[in-house]
Design a protein around this ligand. Structure first.
Ligand code: GLU
Length: 476
């Protein structure tokens, strides 16, 4: 049975890149009838917080992703927070120590940093140089007497590491490419590598799907699986999410957190759709897909290994498509929080419908709905539409029709517009010459929702008032 995991570190809000990793895992597992485990990788206690953990869970759920085991729902392999699994890691570290595969390392963070910088400046890949690998017990005692608390390092064997990546094929790491890495930090907590491997092994993870930036880690992890006597999972390293300039997608490219996109009015199904399309082409040119449709069509074997370059315009395009795919009542519900100043209006659904074809995100709503607010005087150029004999006749006629009719519903508003057009039909007047003066008189703008929407939402009294105001010349 397929078992995958989402393994977020709760050190910040859910990043689009991590959401993409979670999505691939979810699509793969659910497509195979497998299980999803949510594991919180909070071994970095200083940077991790419960608040961020909750925010990440919230955002994952908002995207429509779910899991079978995790810190919130429990499961047979609980606990699901690495900070609560210290005992399990220590037992495994002890096992490695018994096998002579570890040694205490007394190098300080400053010393390590200095070595790293030196290596980089000399053009070498920074690899732990083995300073503490063969220390005599007398030297160890001496260092401990200086008050140094050792970390525990893994004694990396001198051999090539290779594996079959599900996307990249055969991957190999030559013998000297991996330095002895830390298993247990000097504060007694397990490091990222030990914790991750022990968890993947004891939680029965069958497939690890993660970003290419973890490729070298996988080499380390395979060595640990081997040393601990566990069978490793299968690995797939997907391409990274890059900003438009080719650098790893980060703050300097704009919003990176799923949360920020939600707040801007992007829909979860547009985000999952977009993130999937970044590295995968759907069959038969079907591009606009909700999560369920993605699940039906997605095949991890079709994933592309090319870099995934973030393109906001494509996301916008998809979001607009998804908005217009929803039923009006669904959009209205989703829109409420984005237009609080309008959502209490009895005709809010009509207002939303009137701008539906124009918006890209729900966050665009307030700007578009402004039309229904207080009328601002038209600017110089727009006011031109109110001048001239035809415009005056149109406005007079519109007032006349409105006087006689009731604007009971959208249909009656549509009829008002129809009657106005018919009144000028035989007089060699262009439709724009009829509709624009009316629009400008009603809203002060030369663009906006359909006139029947404007008439209906503003209501007969307000429309007449605005028409008369325009006729009195106070607009022009
Ligand atoms: N916690 C790691 C991260 O957030 C994921 C590690 C993994 O997938 O093995 O990058």
């Amino acid at each position: 049975m397929v078992r995958v995991r989402f393994a977020p570190s709760p050190t910040g809000y859910l990043h689009l890149g991590s959401a993409r990793t979670a999505l691939f895992n979810w699509l793969f597992a659910r497509g195979q009838g497998g299980s999803v485990v949510l594991r919180i990788e909070d071994t970095d206690v200083g940077r991790s917080s419960r608040e961020m953990e909750e925010a990440i869970l919230f955002d994952l759920r908002w995207l429509g992703l779910d899991w079978d085991e995790g810190p919130d729902v429990g499961g047979p392999h609980a606990p699901y927070r690495q900070s609560e699994r210290g005992e399990i890691y220590r037992e495994h570290a002890a096992l490695l120590e018994e096998k002579g595969l570890t040694y205490p390392c007394y190098c300080t963070p400053e010393e390590l940093q200095e070595k790293k910088e030196r290596a980089l400046s000399e053009g070498r890949t920074p690899i732990y140089d083995g300073t503490c690998r063969e220390l005599s017990s007398a030297r160890r005692r001496e260092l401990e007497e200086q008050g140094r608390r050792p970390a525990v390092r893994f004694r990396v064997p001198e051999r090539e590491v290779s594996f079959q990546d599900l996307l990249h094929g055969f991957v190999r790491f030559p013998p000297d490419s991996i330095g002895d890495f830390v298993l247990i930090r000097s504060d007694g907590r397990a490091g990222f590598h030990l914790a991750g491997v022990v968890d993947d092994a004891t939680m029965g993870i069958t497939h690890v799907i993660r970003g290419e930036d973890h490729l070298t880690n996988t080499a380390r992890h395979l060595l640990l699986f081997d040393a601990l006597g566990y069978t490793p999972p299968m690995y797939l390293h997907h391409s990274l999410l890059l900003g438009p300039d080719g650098g790893k997608m980060s703050k300097r490219h704009g919003a990176t957190a799923v949360r920020e996109y939600r707040e801007m009015g992007y829909l979860p199904q547009a985000l999952t759709n977009y993130l999937a399309l970044l590295s995968w082409s759907p069959p038969e040119g079907r591009e606009v897909l909700d999560l369920q449709e993605l699940l039906e069509l997605f095949d991890i074997g079709d994933l592309s290994s090319s870099p995934a370059v973030f393109d906001r315009e494509r996301l916008d395009w998809l979001n607009g498509k998804h908005i217009r795919r929803m039923s009006l009542s669904e959009v209205v519900e989703a829109a409420r929080g984005f237009a609080p100043e309008w959502s209490g209006h009895a005709l809010f659904p009509v207002m939303v419908e009137s701008v539906l074809d124009n918006i890209t995100t729900l966050g665009d709503l307030p700007r578009y709905l402004q039309t229904y607010g207080t009328k601002a005087p038209p600017d110089e150029k727009t006011a031109e539409w109110l001048r001239g004999e035809v415009a005056v006749r149109v406005l007079e006629k519109a007032a006349d029709i409105l006087d006689r009719r009731e604007l009971a519903d959208l249909e009656s508003a549509r009829e008002v517009v129809g009657e106005l057009k018919r009144a000028f039909a035989e007089k060699d007047v262009k439709p724009r010459e009829i509709l624009m003066p009316l629009r400008v008189a009603l809203t002060g703008k030369d663009h906006g929702p359909g006139l029947h929407y404007l008439l209906y939402v503003l209501g007969k009294g307000e429309c007449l008032r605005r028409l008369r105001q325009a006729l009195a010349g106070s607009d022009a």
